[in-house]
Design a protein around this ligand. Sequence first.
Ligand code: ADP
Ligand code: MG
Length: 215
Amino acid sequence: MSLTPALLPDMISAVADTIEQNAETITALDQAIGDGDHVINLRRGIQALLAQREELSQMEDWPSAWQKIGMTLMSTVGGASGSLYGTLFLTMSKAGRNQTLDFPAFTDIFSQGVESVKQRGKADAGEKTLLDVLIPVTACLCQAAAHSNTCADALKNIPAVAIAGMEATRDMVASKGRASFLGERSRGHIDAGAKTMQLMICAVVAVLAESTPPA
Ligand code: ADP
Ligand code: MG
């Protein structure tokens, strides 16, 4: 069985559910060291994707679906996060063209996507942003692919890695985005963008885990 964009409606719904279930917590995080609008921004993107579920599920291949998702997020989310989500998916779309999407290929494509987010945000690990979740998750994928482990193995480890990355932002001092204006006072709060990235990754992984045969 191969994983096709027919999975996207379930993934988008799972993402929407987890963001709504955690909306108050996320808003409190963004209010503490940002401007409190992160859920509002993200919700605009998710609503747009919910409306596109049917169309996305019928896309021929993942790169086409990622392109549509990237353009939708880029044009609806706004804030600092919107262009970063858009960049992730648009880069993945470009990198994924004319590839057989096995697990190592996906890992490479995702790594390229995360690299482009770093460039776009002029940010790296340890700056208290959503990259503190994306970077360790990428490393986890790369490690599994390098050891010829299966996608199912990687899926088992990713949630804990994403949660650890999100938790690690608590003790960091922000050097990018609005939270950086607070300097040392940004310490002690989890970054809102890292929290939503962790929640979204965990939601997508849960859908994938149900659809991936254990190898
Ligand atoms: P804004 O900060 O413009 O209000 P959001 O509230 O939607 O936008 O998103 C804030 C999140 O975006 C932060 O919590 C952080 O994770 C992420 N972020 C902000 N700036 C950057 C950056 N330069 N690189 C990576 N991520 C960033
Ligand atoms: Mg904000």
